[in-house]
Design a protein around this ligand. Structure first.
Ligand code: RAM
Length: 880
């Protein structure tokens, strides 16, 4: 044994035996169908399958795969489909290629792969695919309402083998079977343009439905929909193969739940004296319940909700409350977040406890709700009076840090109030840390700012009477979101809503879903979220199919902008560079986004191989570019527009500046940043996103770093100095009745800069889905180390560097099967040497040794450039 392992290790250095070993021993992991792990309801036909090959050997790649699909969890080979051995390196978004999947059926799939040495992996663990109800006709029932509670008893004549519940709601719902809530989602369904599309969910209820008597109950809330309707279907398979089905219709009973009022913005009013014990169980005396009403049926398409649901994802236990006034208790949760509180109370029947939610406090210690505008954000609970009572709302959520309790019987005990953190349960998929504390604190603002604004759509804020899918806020925060969380399915659903909401003229609204805030066509800088988020999704997740689905949509959007332009200039503007310290001409911003939209249409056309369209939109983009320069360039001063930072940075970032003027414009931008603003930005939400990456990539990383790490006004650090726990809407500190949300994701865009520039993780051109990684860390000013990592569709990417007196250490992880260019800065040292894993690779421009996975090294004046395959590497640069 011992001899063998020594032999293995010796060979492993050449990368051969190790590859064979690892592929054989390991199986592909993280199986995903339509970007979800084991979805309960998929209605994409054909669904696409992704997996992550794993292996230890550096530089190994998948060369072939085999997929098997079956109806049994054990996966009887080939029962439904066996792909056979397919020669292909593709491991993401592989379309299912078997016979048509049956509506409502559960399938299992598994996969194995071969690597470039011919070694075969083990089979993956089988993963489930629940197929949704694919046709409207598969739904036997009707949408019903007539009360905010619905119930029905049904009897099952046989032993249950499998039971599935499907439910769609116009308005929020909670589904219950035999006294128990089904599933762990809250605030379903997701917010969609519901005149066009309503989401349904599916649940495995095999454990809940039983032989004999059953009861199903549904509670309904208004949600985003202003209506309370549900469509329910329970499909049961009995022993012996018989199938029975129960569905919602007028035979259901409609009643009044203890929820007297519910509204997303205003809160919930619950009277526990109205609880009817056993209403969701069989054999209930439904006195006072009426026949459910079916009424006019929604015409919208029913689609599977293929995205991470909204869930309670965590609890916050606050310290003891302050009591700024007799009978008033104010809790500080220590964090601005989305959700609600769970109340524990004991007291006389009929006592009502009031909970008001706020982001701010007055100096008196009382809650300040002025900036919530018309949102009342108040919950009421009326006690049954029979001992300890625990309650939390179902059909509302609040954005808050402070909770004010009034009407509480006596002094609240320590556990009277628990914060419940609620948002779309996207998986954390990245992280960033660095030696400079303020950066880590900003990273925390970014993470909370992003997640608390994921409520089935990306919202602009979580507290006031708005919380809409404002398109600019969303595209500006999208990359930061994607670099920290698994956003693939989330944006996939939201992009479809954009398409659903697209008007005849090609325009999309400022908010998706379209809302009272967003009539008519979007501001160009808002509506461009359609091409931009599509493009970011492509870059991050590499799904060509998604591009194909939306090509026509983004093309129509670009055409709309063009139709509103005169000689390439787009004067149509509503908001422009929003909430800046120095204004930028609106038509400059609109025209820049018009260019960018056309540019993305051309790039998408190129990926899809549509060369005629590529050419046409390339040409259009070029026309807009010329027009932009002609109209906005001030040749005398060497600036664009009014010379604001946003004017210049938009022009530079989008490459709208002729090469011979670039240096001058660039110099003027620097001058403005340094001398006029003393190394601060004056940009609104748009300019801010592009400023730091632009400076960093063009040789002014130190200046970008200075701006990012400021703690005086205006800066992210200034927000922190003033107690921020999420990113504000404004650079200014304002707490009055005006527009000043303290949790607004637009300025979280800095999170993207942390990852792509300081940690240095991005992609080479054409390397979508991290197939071709670029590692290019920036070693700036007093930063001693920085570290970033991301779980991509192909596996982990990581970059962590530490500086020392002698040089730089860089640890890099590249996903299996990907390739990478790794740029290791020489830190202005003349002589330099690079080693990897202790082996010297290059010294003073002379090649030395090599290590597995490293395919080439070259040395330039400023850095070492390494080409490498998948694997983990440990580089060390020494300079003198
Ligand atoms: C505000 C929103 C959002 C912005 C629009 C124009 O009300 O909060 O941030 O995009 O206006």
């Amino acid at each position: 044994m011992r001899t063998l392992s020594i032999v293995l290790m010796g060979l492993a250095a050449a990368g051969y035996t190790q590859a064979q070993e690892s592929a054989a021993a390991r199986a592909p992991q993280k199986l995903r169908c339509e970007s979800l792990v084991e979805p309960m309801a998929v209605d994409a036909v054909p669904p696409r399958l992704s997996w992550m090959p794993v292996g230890e050997a550096r530089g190994a790649v998948q060369t072939a795969y085999q997929i098997q699909v079956s109806k049994e969890a054990a996966v009887a080979p080939g029962e439904v489909w066996d792909s056979g051995r397919v020669q292909s390196a593709q491991s993401v978004h592989v379309p299912y290629g078997g016979p048509g999947l049956e509506s409502g059926q559960t399938y299992y799939w598994r996969v194995r792969y071969w690597d470039d040495r011919g070694a075969q992996s083990g089979w993956s663990r089988p993963a489930r695919i629940g197929v949704g109800l694919l046709n409207r006709a598969d739904w036997k029932g009707k949408f019903i309402g007539g009360g905010n509670a619905l119930r029905k008893e049904f009897s099952v004549a046989g032993r249950v083998v499998e039971a599935k519940a499907f439910i769609a709601g116009v308005g929020y719902y909670e589904l219950r079977i035999n006294g128990v809530k089904i599933g762990d989602h809250v605030l379903d369904p997701a917010y969609t343009p519901f005149a066009k599309r309503i989401f349904y969910e599916a649940y495995d209820v095999t454990q809940s439905v039983r032989q004999g008597d059953n009861a199903v109950g549904v509670m309904l809330g208004e949600g985003w929909f202003g209506n309370r309707l549900a469509l329910v279907q329970i499909n049961v398979e009995l022993e012996g193969g018989r199938k029975v089905e129960f569905h919602s219709d007028e035979s259901w009973q409609a009643g009044q739940s203890p929820i007297l009022e519910d509204s997303v913005y205003h809160g919930e009013r619950y009277d526990a004296r109205l609880e009817q014990e056993g209403w969701d169980r069989p054999k209930f005396e439904a006195a006072g319940w009426k026949e459910a009403v079916a009424g006019e049926q929604p015409k919208a398409e029913l689609s599977a909700q293929m995205m991470p649901p909204v869930r309670v994802v965590g609890d916050i236990t606050p310290p003891a409350p302050a009591s700024p006034k007799q009978g008033v208790w104010v809790y500080d949760m220590g964090q601005n977040f989305s959700g609600w509180v769970k109340l524990k109370v004991r007291g006389p029947r009929g006592t009502t406890v009031r909970m008001r939610h706020a982001e701010l406090l007055y100096d008196t210690g009382m809650v300040n709700v002025e900036n919530l505008r018309s949102a009342r954000a108040t919950d009421y609970y009326t006690l049954r009076g029979d001992g300890e009572e625990t309650w939390e709302p179902r059909f509302t959520y609040h954005g808050f840090r402070y909770v004010e309790l009034t009407g509480y019987p006596g002094a609240p005990p320590m556990d009277a109030v628990t914060g419940r953190v609620v948002h779309s349960d996207v998986k954390p998929a990245g992280g960033f840390a660095a030696s400079k504390p303020v950066l880590n604190r900003i990273q925390r603002l970014v993470e909370w700012g992003i997640t608390s604004n994921l409520h089935s759509i990306p919202t602009d804020c979580n507290q006031r009477d708005e919380r809409m899918g404002w398109m600019a806020d969303a595209h500006l925060s999208a990359e930061a979101a994607m670099m920290n969380f698994d956003m693939e399915a989330f944006y996939r659903m939201w992009l479809r809503s954009m398409r659903d909401d697209q008007a005849e003229d090609g325009s999309v609204p400022d908010t998706v879903p379209r809302s009272r805030y967003a009539q008519g066509p979007a501001d160009p800088a808002w509506g461009s979220a359609y091409p931009l988020i599509l493009w970011y999704s492509w870059e991050q997740y590499g799904d060509r199919g998604l591009l194909a689905q939306h090509f026509e949509g983004i093309r129509r959007w670009s055409d709309f902008l063009w139709s509103r332009s005169e000689g390439g200039i787009l004067n149509f503007v509503k908001f422009g560079d929003w909430v800046p310290l120095e204004k930028t001409p609106g038509n400059l911003v609109s025209t820049a986004y018009s260019y960018w939209s056309a540019d993305i249409v051309a790039k998408v056309a190129a990926v899809l191989g549509k060369s005629a369209e590529e050419q046409a939109y390339r040409q259009r983009a070029e026309q807009v570019k010329q027009a932009f320069h002609g109209r906005f360039f001030n040749a005398e001063l060497g600036v664009y527009g009014n010379g604001s930072q946003t004017s210049n940075v938009l022009a530079l970032y989008l490459d709208l500046v002729p090469p011979n003027e670039r240096g001058r414009v660039r110099g003027n931008l620097n001058h403005d940043l340094i001398y006029k603003w003393n190394s601060h930005l004056s940009t609104g939400i748009h300019g801010t996103k592009y400023l730091l990456p632009y400076l960093t990539r063009t040789g002014a990383a130190d200046l970008a770093y200075d701006i990012a790490t400021r703690t005086d006004y205006p800066s992210w650090g200034y927000m922190l100095e003033n107690g921020a726990t999420t990113v504000w809407e404004l650079w200014q500190k304002r707490e009055g009745p005006s527009m000043n949300s303290h949790n607004h994701p637009a300025l979280t865009s800095i999170g993207g800069w942390f990852m792509t520039e300081l940690a240095g993780i991005s992609m080479q051109t054409g390397g979508a889905g991290y197939e071709k990684v670029l590692i290019r860390p920036q070693v700036v000013r007093d930063l001693q180390w920085a570290s970033g990592s991301m779980e991509t569709v192909r596996g982990a990417v990581a970059s962590a560097w530490t500086r020392s007196d002698e040089g730089l250490k860089l640890e890099v992880t590249i996903p299996f099967g990907s390739s990478a260019e790794i740029q290791i800065p020489k830190l202005q040292k003349r002589g330099a040497a690079l080693s990897e894993g202790g082996t010297l690779l290059m010294q003073n421009r002379a090649p030395k040794g090599s290590t597995a996975g490293v395919n080439g090294v070259r040395e330039t004046d400023s850095s070492f450039v390494v080409q490498a395959g998948g694997g983990r590497y440990s580089f060390e640069m020494k300079g003198w």
